[in-house]
Every structure is written in C-alpha cells, then in structure tokens.
Design a protein around this ligand. Sequence first.
Ligand code: FAD
Length: 375
Amino acid sequence: MSKYDYLIVGGGLYGSTFAYKARQNGKKCLVIDRRTHLGGNIYCEKVEDINVHKYGAHIFHTSDKKIWDFVNSIVEFNRYTNSPVANYKGRLYNLPFNMNTFYQMWGVTTPELALSKIEEQKFEAVTWMKNKGIAVPRNLEEQALALIGRDMYETLVKGYTEKQWGRKCTELPAFIIRRIPVRFTFDNNYFNDPYQGIPKGGYNKLIDGLLFDIETKVNTDFLINRDYFKSIAETIVYTGPIDEYYDYCFGKLEYRTVSFENEVLECSNYQGNAVINYTEREVPYTRVIEHKHFEMFGSDIDKCPKTVITREYSTEWKEGLEPYYPLNDERNTLLYKKYKELAENENDIIFGGRLAEYKYYDMAPIIKAVFNYWK
Ligand code: FAD
C-alpha cells in the first residue's frame, strides 16, 4: 500500500490547486518543491511590509465566474485594476490604446477625431509601403505600421517590442502582431475580463489556503530521489520541466526570460502606478513595477513610508536563469512533441502546468486545467 494517493512535484499554482481538489475528493497528498518556498512563480516576498512579486508582477484576471468564485472562496481579492502607463522620452501615455492615449498623442478629443487620425496615419503607412513595392507586410514593423500608423508604432510599440525580443522589429515575423486592439472610450483597464484583482494580503495567502492541512516539503528535488518518491505514492503529478524529467534525452527546450533588479526607495510613492512600461529602445529595461500599488490604495499608500520597485529586463534564457516564456518556434514545438509522446506512454504520472506542458498559461487557465481533471 502506498502512503499517498498523489505525490505532487511542485507547489506552484497547478500543484497547489491539484492538492486542494484531491483533498476535497478524500485523497491523501504530499506536495514537494525544490525551491525554499511554496507558491512557484506566484510567490511573494515581504520587503518593508510590501508584498514583492519575486518572479514577476502577477495580476489575476478571468471571465470565468466559477474560477473567480473559487479563488475568492480561498482568499478575498481586492479591486486592483491593471491600467499600465507608457513612458516614452519622459512623456506619459495610457495603455491599452484608448481615447486617453489618442488625446495624449494628438490632442484629439472625440472618438470621431481619433478614428480619422488613425485612418490618416494608416493610409500614410500603407502608401509608403506601396511606393516601396510592398504588397503584404514582410515583418513586424510593416505589420504594425499597417495596423496603427507611424506615430503609435514608433512611440509605443517599436522600442518596447525590440527590447522584449532582443531583435529589431524589421527582423521579427509579421504574425507576432496580428491585431492591435484600440478602444474609442476613455478606458484604461488593460483586461477585458469582468473579474480581476490581487489576493488581499498577497498571493501567499492563496497558496496557504489551497495547501491548508496538506503535507508539504520544500528544498526537496523529486529528480534526485525519484525511485523513492515513486514508491510512496499511487500517482505522481509532475509540474517541473518535461525535458528535465527525461534527462534532456532529445535536447533542451528553450525559453525567454526576464531578469529583475529590485530597489527599496526612501519615498512612499515613486511612480504613482503599479506598472510603467518604458517604450524607448535606449532605456535598457522594459518595465518598472512599484509593488505597493497592487495592494495599497488611497491614503494607505503614504502609511507605508518606503516603496519597492523592480526594473525588468527581457533576457535570452541560459542555464541557471529561470525559464519563463516558452519559445513557440519550430525547433521547440517539435522537441516538445517528442517529449509529450514519451509522457503519454507513462502510467501513473500526470504532467501538468506551464513547465511540464511547455506552454504559457495564465493563472486562471491553470486552475481551469486542474478543474478539468477533477470534473
Ligand atoms: P510554477 O509556478 O513554475 O510551479 C512549478 C513548481 O515546480 C516550481 O515551484 C518549481 O520549483 C517546482 N519544481 C520544478 N521541478 C521540480 C523538481 N524536480 N522537484 C521539486 N519541485 C520542482 N498569469 C496571470 O494570470 N497574470 C499575470 O499577470 C501573470 N504574470 C506573469 C508574469 C511572468 C513574468 C510570468 C513568467 C508568468 C506570469 N503569469 C501570469 C503566469 C503564471 O505565473 C502561471 O500561470 C503560474 O505560475 C503557473 O503555475 P505552475 O504551477 O504551472 O508553475
């Protein structure tokens, strides 16, 4: 008789939600993680009494009421609304592209004026391409010009995208930008989902709630002791990197990553917003995150005399760095397919989550994936 029904490798959102559902269904679980903490990439570190999103800013958003009710049954969420601002050479523009952005860019005050300005800009860009004999956009730059015109592209898209991808927009494929959403309302809410927010007290509360009364072990690497761990459970739920599980037998899957530079500042409010994108190429970082704005609003901001900011640098992934964004190019897609075929032939192992499925997942879809298993 095995000691556990499930041995869950990884205490991130997938593993923790899985453990919660398993417990609800009367199953016994052990959750292990090789990091020093649980929570995976949504883990927050307390610095100066502020929850710092250690592995990148996380905003929970969903259109699925069932998922929203579920997370709120674990911990109450606040009313944070993601409304990023772009800084281009010291001038500020609201994102996503909406009437505020168009007013800041061109001084237009009505949807009709904004639309006609965009049409004029698009016409100029398309004419410029036609004159050069370009019928179909050949790269991201031409695609963006055709969709939004030169002012918006050069101010808000070009530099940021080049930093994100580490390549010039003229060297990036056009398909990366299929459409650029624009709104003709004064609405800075980044997401279209009806539900969004941050857990009150931070994401660790969500993880603590999911793992309540469940046995956990940190600093414990499954792969170092895999035979032992397999012997103590009926089923393994593996949420680590799939290529690593198979000792990279077909080669390594590649990622893009972000490196973070944190700083504590002796002021209560540095930039007045949680997220500011730096859209010019010459500024080396892509965003500055001011963490307190995720959870402190109004007069509470000044009650905490210090603030913590993080500068984010988009970086090519190499050994030792956190793998963040899977590369969906041909090499990596084919490589993942080979590993997936091995995984499909395994008995008593479930491969789930962003690393085991080599897939970018937002948090709500991660929960949905676990719900699908337990439905
Ligand atoms: P992880 O959180 O990575 O958890 C996997 C865990 O497995 C890790 O803790 C790891 O240590 C452990 N592990 C791996 N191998 C082993 C092993 N051999 N033994 C033991 N333990 C092991 N989503 C949103 O909805 N909104 C956002 O704003 C958002 N922002 C993001 C920003 C960034 C920079 C990134 C990269 C992602 C963002 N996401 C966001 C996505 C979100 O982070 C994921 O949906 C979520 O973290 C995935 O959870 P997971 O459990 O699959 O993976």
